[in-house]
Design a protein around this ligand. Structure first.
Ligand code: CP
Length: 299
């Protein structure tokens, strides 16, 4: 079993990951390492072709907490730089007999390509603009922790939808769990195949949750050409714009944040509203649950 796209998880697996995340959140908070651990003697390989702080470190933390041995290939110093193909890198690592491989890659579909040459489970840690399934799972787990439910929540996902694998995975997962998802952003950052719900102001109006997305300038052919402060004023989450949301609104962001661009400092740092650091914490718990689920399918 692989976890390449969020829609691959059937109802049972989805519920199991969300349920087990609650348990692993407590274990991680206690800084415990259960003995025996569910992944004792297993090897988890991380293969990140793109930069990461949260996803890479939380997969490493999760694997260590479960008792696995973890290795992360420093891609920039590897034979990838000598021109080795993705598939040959996969075959090379496969010959070392890992138990789980976690991959992040700038090309859509790269995790599926490497999964074809590996005989262990593969987890997609983000591919291009396509999917980031464990981010969607941790976002769902964070919402469950805050609201006790996802059913009926109005969730505005705003910003650079076009380049966001987080938006794609969440737009598939959250409606499955009963949420109303509203996507909005600058017209030039809305993909053609996604229905917008109008302006960012309209999306935020009455929302229970506002999830802001990073402006991914590294994936743009032409820069937005916005003046300093212009994006924040027109599309970003300011205190004034947040007042249009429900009084109990929660603010999310997958990180890393462009402070002062898609989100104002005082919104990001509002301890009553912001779930941003809980999202990071939940990332470890959810990835523990995913590793437990997938490593258990190896045999
Ligand atoms: N949310 C997320 O994927 O963050 P990183 O790029 O730091 O892993």
């Amino acid at each position: 079993m692989n976890l390449l796209n969020i829609d691959q998880l059937d109802e049972d697996s989805l519920r199991r990951v969300l349920d087990r995340s609650r348990h692993w959140l407590d274990v991680n908070r206690q800084r415990e390492r259960p003995s025996p651990g569910p992944l004792d003697g297993r090897i988890v390989l991380n293969l990140f072709y793109e930069n990461s702080t949260r996803t890479l470190m939380s997969f490493e933390t999760a694997a260590h907490r479960l008792g696995a041995d973890v290795m992360s290939l420093p891609v920039a110093h590897s034979s990838v730089k000598k021109g080795e193909t993705l598939e040959d890198t996969g075959r090379t690592l496969n010959a070392m007999r890992p138990d789980v491989l976690v991959i992040r890659h700038p090309e859509n579909g790269a995790p599926a390509r490497i999964a074809d040459v590996l005989d262990c489970p593969v987890i997609n840690a983000g591919d291009g603009t396509n999917q980031h399934p464990t981010q969607a799972l941790l976002d769902a787990a964070t919402l469950m922790s805050r609201f006790g439910r996802i059913e009926g929540l109005k969730i505005a996902i705003c910003g650079d939808i076009k380049h966001s694998r987080v938006a794609r995975s969440n737009a598939e997962l959250l409606p499955r769990l009963g949420a109303e998802v509203r996507l909005a952003g600058p017209p030039s950052l809305m993909p053609d195949d996604v229905a917008t719900c109008g302006s960012v102001d309209e999306a935020v109006a009455g929302a229970d949750v506002v999830m802001m997305l990073r402006v991914q300038r590294e994936r743009m052919e032409d820069d937005l050409g916005d003046a300093p402060g212009e994006y924040l004023e027109r599309y970003g989450l300011t205190r004034e714009r947040l007042r249009k949301a429900a009084p109990h609104v929660a603010v999310m962001h997958p990180g890393p944040m462009n402070r002062g661009v898609e989100i104002a400092d005082d919104v990001a740092d509002n301890k009553d509203r912001s779930l941003i650091w809980l999202q990071v914490e939940m990332g470890v718990a959810v990835r523990m649950a995913c590793l437990e689920l997938l490593a258990g399918t190896r045999d």
